[in-house]
Design a protein around this ligand. Structure first.
Ligand SMILES: [Fe+2]
Length: 227
């Protein structure tokens, strides 16, 4: 039984993909992808990221990626393919799927690696960081450089590549899981450096936003993603 007929049989409107998003069953609801709820309130990341930025970022920007992704895949085989699979083979899809599918994946990831409570990496994670970068400060410095030097809009990432931690960045809504990525790997931490992520509070001072980001890192989630 394929997924479509299984879902049709149980007449369930919702499919939880391995990424954890609700994915509506084709034919039951017109739109297969939906906006995931934030795991905290809009003001939870204050003062580092303000509530209005979070509200606009989540309810308008992320929602727009979801809406436009659904529009881009309607009536195509991608309607019944998981977002992870689409991202892995993104070179086979049109630009609208790359931009909006990437936007949906990246933002869903971003919300999960932020925490309202300041966290420290565990001893075990610190050991791994020290082994790969020498120190947490060196990791942060390399990450900050990737984030601040990304020209225009994009993302900076901490990835696992062949068992090693690496820093890289991608333009627009690309990410290191995409087959077209210059540096490929599994993201375990990332920062959105589009102006919509910080401009209301930080204006042109991207470096201040990147510095503040370190107060919000959900290190527990980072460690979990590394497993
Ligand atoms: Fe964004």
């Amino acid at each position: 039984m394929n997924r479509k007929s299984f879902l049709g049989t149980i007449f369930s409107g919702v499919f939880i993909s391995k990424f954890g998003f609700a994915k509506n069953a084709p034919g039951v609801f017109a739109e297969p992808f939906s906006l995931p709820a934030l795991p905290y309130t809009y003001n939870a990341l204050e003062p580092h990221i303000d509530a209005l930025t979070m509200e606009i970022h989540h309810s308008r920007h992320h929602q727009a990626y979801v809406t436009n992704l659904n529009k881009a895949i309607v009536g195509t085989p991608a309607e019944s393919i998981s977002l992870d699979e689409i991202i892995k083979n993104i070179s086979k899809y049109p630009a609208a799927v790359r931009n909006n599918g990437g936007g949906h994946w990246n933002h869903s990831f971003f919300w999960k690696i932020l925490s309202p409570q300041k966290q420290q990496p565990s001893e075990k994670l610190l050991e791994t960081i020290n082994k790969n970068f020498g120190s947490l400060e060196k990791l942060q410095s390399e990450f900050n450089t990737a984030a601040t030097s990304r020209f225009g809009s994009g993302w900076a990432w901490l990835i696992v590549q062949d068992g090693k931690l690496k820093i890289c960045s991608t333009p627009n809504q690309d990410n290191p899981l995409m087959d077209i990525a210059e540096v490929k790997g599994k993201p375990v931490l990332g920062i959105d450096v589009w102006e919509h992520a910080y401009y209301l509070k930080y204006q042109n001072k991207r470096a201040d936003y990147v510095k503040a980001f370190w107060n919000l890192v959900n290190w527990q989630e980072v460690e979990q993603l590394m497993k």
